[in-house]
Design a protein around this ligand. Structure first.
Ligand SMILES: [Zn+2]
Length: 168
């Protein structure tokens, strides 16, 4: 597995001490699937590169690039900010959609077959590895958890296929 570390400071912290909240591995029961892209239009969305910076106010535990590189941005024992209402008990993985687009183009692209073979395989390897530590009960696309606000990872993401491989 090809993993690099690029820590994202956007994690839940103890309000008094400022120290990152550490959760137990046992408390993690959900894996959330996301997709994101580099956006062309200022103000229309979040650049993938900004996603790794503090100002964006978001984070996930991993970002997988189209060439299959896994970027670990938050330790799984820490709480990332990727799925409102579910952050405390979940791990979030973002897959980076190739290319640049406006937000409205992004919504169209994620309905197509955009996931590269390398990113698909990297995802399965990563999840297989996480499953040795975490007892996931739920595997959810972000759009399932926030149907009003979110469309990612999109109808083009082969979630069923991936889950059948992961659970076999
Ligand atoms: Zn998402």
């Amino acid at each position: 597995m090809n993993i690099i570390n690029n820590p994202n400071p956007n994690i839940s912290r103890n309000k008094r001490t400022g120290k990152p909240i550490v959760r137990s591995i046992e408390s993690i029961d959900r894996l959330v699937f996301h997709s994101m892209m580099e956006f062309l239009v200022e103000g229309e969305g979040l650049h993938a590169t900004q996603f790794l910076e503090e100002e964006a106010g978001y984070s996930a535990h991993y970002l997988i690039t189209p060439n299959g590189l896994i970027i670990k941005t938050v330790n799984i024992i820490n709480i990332a900010w990727h799925a409102a209402g579910f952050n405390r008990t979940s791990i979030g993985i973002e897959w980076l959609v190739p290319g640049y687009a406006t937000l409205s183009e992004f919504y169209k692209i994620i309905k197509t077959n955009w996931l590269s073979e390398a990113a698909y395989k990297a995802g399965i390897e990563l999840i297989d590895d996480l499953k040795t530590e975490c007892n996931f009960k739920h595997f959810n696309p972000h759009s399932f958890l926030s149907p009003e606000r979110k469309q990612d990872p999109g109808d083009g993401f082969p979630l069923d296929e991936m889950l059948s491989v992961i659970n076999s």
